[in-house]
Design a protein around this ligand. Structure first.
Ligand SMILES: [Zn+2]
Length: 75
């Protein structure tokens, strides 16, 4: 199943590190894009949704809501 499992462990570690680095870069790009979008469209990103924990809250017009589960709270 893992044909190159005989290779030194450090190679595997490097591969994981590269993958994690790529994921982190992708996440940072998304965060920057979202923040820029928020500035354009007058909303900002809040805390983690306490209801579903699957999305960050969107802050807009004096209230916060979760785009995932529609949880809505006043500020
Ligand atoms: Zn939610």
């Amino acid at each position: 199943m893992f044909p190159d499992s005989s290779r030194p462990e450090t190679d595997q570690d490097d591969q994981w590190k590269e993958r994690i680095d790529a994921l982190e870069r992708g996440q940072t790009r998304l965060e920057n894009t979202l923040r820029g979008l928020g500035r354009e469209l007058d909303f900002s990103i809040g805390c983690l949704c306490p209801n579903c924990e699957n999305s960050l809250m969107i802050r807009s017009n004096g209230e916060m809501y979760c785009p995932r589960c529609r949880n809505r709270t006043g500020l």
